[in-house]
Design a protein around this ligand. Structure first.
Ligand code: ATP
Ligand code: MG
Length: 192
């Protein structure tokens, strides 16, 4: 039995978190390691459906108080998972009407108790192109300058998470066409 690891994966929309973490989990399960991934947004959306929300991209438009409540319920559900490695696919912040809202406020960190934080990043122009090309999602329109700003806010949000939990942060680049390479770096970082 390896020590139970709870790995928080953040990255701004369209950087490739879901693509990358799915690859990582498939690789680990192929090596008979018990790994799973939970998309924080999906867990929150399952709860939000009960309130009549029917598009996951509507979640970030709910009043902050509502998002906070859903966020807590999702943290509790995820913290009950028993796999050796649990990846949490989430965001360092959510661009809400009231401003940048933390994806990992202290009350969530205390429930989740992450052991590792990984920031998935890429060149701003690559992120821009991926958002444009992906027709399966309804992402907010943003300029390259806006993407650079989001990357900076993400770093400042994550540094607080690291200080609050005492768990390290690793930045991994998901370069164009190099998902496998990035996946191997994630596995090396968490040491499984
Ligand atoms: P969100 O936060 O909105 O869920 P995400 O970070 O999970 O976004 P994905 O949905 O995984 O991003 O990927 C966005 C798009 O980028 C997809 O169309 C995916 O196929 C593509 N993509 C992801 N990684 C790479 C890569 N290394 N090279 C080329 N395309 C990629
Ligand atoms: Mg995703």
């Amino acid at each position: 039995m390896v020590e139970n690891k709870r790995v928080v994966i953040v990255g701004i929309p369209g950087v490739g978190k879901t693509t990358l973490v799915t690859t990582v989990v498939d690789k680990l399960n192929g090596e008979s390691k018990h790994a799973s991934v939970k998309s924080y947004g999906t867990v929150m959306f399952e709860q939000a459906k009960k309130l009549g929300v029917n598009d996951r991209d509507e979640l970030r438009k709910l009043p902050v108080e509502k998002q906070k409540e859903l966020q807590k319920m999702a943290a509790e559900e995820i913290s009950n998972l028993k796999d050796d490695v649990v990846f949490v696919d989430t965001h360092a912040f959510i661009a809400s009407k009231s401003g940048f809202y933390p994806g990992l406020p202290n009350h969530v960190l205390q429930i989740l108790q992450p052991t590792h934080f990984i920031i998935i990043s890429a060149h701003p122009s690559e992120i821009f192109d991926r958002r444009m090309k992906d027709k399966t999602r309804n992402r907010d329109k943003i300029s390259i300058g806006g993407i650079k700003n989001e990357l900076a806010i993400q770093e400042s949000m994550l540094s607080s998470c690291s200080v609050l939990t005492g768990s390290p942060i690793k930045v991994i680049l998901n370069n164009e066409g190099k998902v496998e390479e990035a996946a191997n770096k994630v596995i090396k970082t968490i040491g499984v």
